[in-house]
Design a protein around this ligand. Sequence first.
Ligand code: PEP
Ligand code: MG
Length: 415
Amino acid sequence: MKKACIEAIKARICYDSRGNESIEVDVKVNSFIGRACAPKGASTGKYEAVDFNPKGIEASLKLLSDYSSKLIGFDASDPYSLSQLLREIDGTENFSRIGGSMAYAISMATAEAFSKSKGIPLYKMLLPNGPYLMPYPLGNVLCGGKHAGPGAPDIQEFLICPLGVKNIREGLKINIAVHKEVRKQIEKKDPYFTGGKGDEGGWAPYVKDEEAFELVSSASQIVSDVFGVDIKLGVDFASSSLWNNNEKAYIYNRSKVKRSPGEQLDFIMELVNKYHLIYLEDPFHEEAYDEFAELTKKLSKVYIAGDDIFVTNTYRLLKGIKMKAGNAAILKVNQAGTLGDALNFAENARKHNYALITSHRSGDTSDAHLAHIAIATKSKMIKSGVVGGERLSKLNELLRIDEELSGCGMAKLEV
Ligand code: PEP
Ligand code: MG
């Protein structure tokens, strides 16, 4: 049988959903082409892989010709050894030579090309024996922070999770209904609302955090009553964006509030009790392992997810596990740099009973790989917005996978 090797690699500059330049790569395996275009964050973690060589995207692109001969002929079947090779070629901790976007796109395009050459979908290639369960769609219905303009809330993401649904189709339907209802609720408060949205497709109204919670909570209740389905709220504080290290405080500029770490903890507890939140992402900044651990001790039935703190980096996750900091982890392949490193991170998270949430980036592309990654890593949730082409490309792919599996069950949540 012909060995599945990388036969050719071609890279180009394309654009992400914010209109920023990104790297797209085509990889050929047994005459099959796999293609991937890297997403890009705005509220990035200090320790994640950087997108490009410091000299810019062109520098990352040009460098490919220096090392592509090392990739041609390389075994395409194993994302882990490809990841190791890319790390050796790069020679830095954070892919600052070849660029994390290039590493992401090569590793993802190779996996896609290999799976196509075998005639099996990507999620099955990565998880041959299942079980295949659908992640709950964690939908962003209201945007703030770095993903929206200065009039929007300080908190970055107001999220909903359709807890009571039986399948993914119903889950997407509910999230879309809540998204629509949130707009109606905003217009009741502000008849001149322009319909503006943030980077991830959630609405971006001129309101403060508390009002945003009220809007999302009433919209969810209305939809919940109509469909007879339990809908819960979650939040991504993106606290590293709020943290001021000189003042040792979280600065909520738009609400004109400053919170010490202790006050931040009290604020979170208040919100959890008032709005029955089941999901808290980055409640503290990226170095605050102790505060994460303190909150985790207080809340056993809430997912406390690390994004900027773990940055899909196994070493940082293992430190969190040791300190019992959080009980869930965001998985963003481009934070790690390569698919192999992200899969390794996911295995460690699962081994230690940390729930996985596979996530898009605020600047994303129309690629659908995220759906496959979420299923293959047995993620409990997928965070991929609610509307917008680059968000729905992933969510619609879940519907196709569900159809192919003749309907598969939802992941088991522990909330
Ligand atoms: C996030 O913080 O979870 C997120 C998706 O935003 P970004 O891609 O800007 O990091
Ligand atoms: Mg986040």
